[in-house]
Design a protein around this ligand. Structure first.
Ligand SMILES: *[C@@H]1O[C@H](CO)[C@@H](O)[C@H](O)[C@H]1NC(C)=O
Ligand SMILES: *[C@@H]1O[C@H](CO)[C@@H](O)[C@H](O)[C@H]1NC(C)=O
Ligand SMILES: *[C@@H]1O[C@H](CO)[C@@H](O)[C@H](O)[C@H]1NC(C)=O
Ligand SMILES: *[C@@H]1O[C@H](CO)[C@@H](O)[C@H](O)[C@H]1NC(C)=O
Ligand SMILES: *[C@@H]1O[C@H](CO)[C@@H](O)[C@H](O)[C@H]1NC(C)=O
Ligand SMILES: *[C@@H]1O[C@H](CO)[C@@H](O)[C@H](O)[C@H]1NC(C)=O
Length: 383
């Protein structure tokens, strides 16, 4: 069984499934009946960590679906919320959230600003989260699991809000590569340094984290690759060099997307290697990059406005006001509120998606058509 997933710099080519794929009848696989999800990553999938730990995400975040801010950077639900809904599970509570949390069906460890590599920066400098993916897995998840098992063995576990210990081995473990490491890297490193060392460090770190989770009993992994960071309006709107060549036909910064694609290639290679090293693991590599790039390329036909426009936040003539913030500009107070109709925008705040874009991307990845191997998420526990 062979399938080719080719990504050529600047152009995304949809997965080509060989004729042999028909021989692998995925519908013959039983549904996995996942009862729990554990999620790790950055702001793309944080459902309340940083909000609980530091300060609440301001309105108008949350306005479309939740009608109030709920720790997510978007007007509504994130891809991880749509994944939970698709698996008929509740939205995940953040592990750090001690108010109204319910972990019966899993927990979310992702944090805004979380990185895979240790960049030796504090939150108060440039917003890098203290809850790195390393901490999320080796400290937070490890404790969550140990304490749940201890309470269960003591007969003290409140099974209405904690999972059954047997669910740790058949849970779905979602790892979001995110974009924070790439943003930090572009700020700190030359393209050469990035390519020569940091990308392979990052890919190796992903391997280390999967192995750590495996040692803790995780078996089913759903690994979502890095987004096309060169298409974030937050970066494209601040550049003056708009020549084609620097930008691609969609207005994305080519060199940044090239780095993201190179990272994804290295991570995919590591995932393939991990399959031979971890006998009982099932690893699905999910090409979120291609889903998002396809959406940006086909924004108009998919019912969206210019993908470089942002719904919430002000970005004009060098003036930048972050979504939900007030700034004093030339003696006038300016509030960066939401656009009229977020469902027609791809970018919510210049970096993160609107709920409508998250929904579109979730639909593209859930059925497995952008995964290696191409198995729907409901059946992702099968080798
Ligand atoms: C999931 O549940 C269905 C219905 O109860 C069952 O037929 C199936 O075998 C289960 N799948 C697995 C992988 O256990
Ligand atoms: C990432 O990998 C590098 C090199 O292997 C290692 O030095 C570093 O500690 C890792 N970072 C984290 C956060 O685990
Ligand atoms: C969790 O339990 C394992 C096995 O007993 C132990 O090795 C590990 O250090 C514990 N982790 C924490 C964070 O207590
Ligand atoms: C990166 O690698 C290339 C080729 O090996 C080498 O020529 C170059 O000096 C390296 N650059 C840095 C910044 O390490
Ligand atoms: C977005 O761009 C503005 C202006 O270039 C910059 O000040 C801000 O830090 C960027 N935001 C993020 C989260 O990168
Ligand atoms: C998966 O869903 C997408 C979006 O709905 C659709 O375009 C694609 O054909 C589907 N692929 C498969 C294999 O079902």
């Amino acid at each position: 069984m062979e399938f080719v997933n080719r990504l050529v710099f600047g152009i995304s080519i949809t997965i080509v499934l060989s004729a042999n794929f028909a021989a692998m009848d995925v519908t013959s696989f039983q549904p996995c009946n996942f009862s729990t999800i554990y999620n790790f990553g950055d702001s793309n999938s944080d459902t309340g960590t940083l909000s609980a730990a530091f300060y609440p995400i301001p309105p108008p975040n949350g306005q479309t679906f939740f009608k109030m801010p709920v720790g997510r950077v978007s007007d509504g639900r994130l891809i991880i919320d749509f994944i939970a809904e698709h698996l008929k599970l509740p939205h995940l509570s953040a592990y750090m959230d001690s108010v109204e949390a319910d972990f019966k069906h899993g927990a979310n460890f992702a944090s805004i600003g979380a990185t895979f590599v240790n960049w030796m920066e504090t939150f108060w400098q440039h917003g890098v989260s203290p809850f790195s993916v390393n901490t999320q897995i080796n400290n937070h998840f490890d404790q969550f699991k140990n304490r749940t098992i201890d309470l269960y063995n003591q007969g003290k576990v409140d099974i209405s809000t904690l999972p059954n210990p047997k669910d740790f081995s058949n849970a779905l473990y979602v790892i979001n590569i995110g974009h924070t490491d790439l943003s930090v890297g572009f700020r700190k490193l030359s393209t050469e340094q990035f390519q020569n060392t940091t990308l392979s460090t990052m890919a190796q770190n992903v391997t280390d984290y999967v192995q750590a989770l495996y040692r803790m009993g995780a078996r089913t992994f759903w690994i979502q690759n890095a987004r096309p960071i060169g298409c974030f309006p937050n970066s494209t709107l601040s550049i003056k060099n708009s020549k084609l060549g620097f930008l691609d036909q969609n207005g994305c910064i080519k060199s940044q997307n090239d780095i993201a694609m190179e990272l994804n290639k290295q991570i995919k290679d590591k995932v393939i290697k991990l399959r031979t090293q971890l006998a009982d693991a099932v690893l699905t590599y999910v090409d979120v990059y291609t889903a998002e790039y396809d959406l940006i390329s086909n924004a108009k036909s998919q019912g969206f406005t210019d993908p470089m426009k942002i719904c919430c936040g002000i970005y004009e003539n060098g003036v930048y006001v972050q979504c939900g913030k007030k700034e004093n500009i030339n003696g006038k107070e300016v509030y960066a509120g939401s656009c009229e109709n977020p469902s027609t925008y791809i970018s919510w705040d210049g970096i993160h998606h609107t709920e409508a874009a998250n929904y579109w991307i979730a639909n593209r990845i859930i059925n497995g058509s952008l995964s290696d191997p191409p198995i729907p998420i409901t059946r992702a526990c099968h080798k």
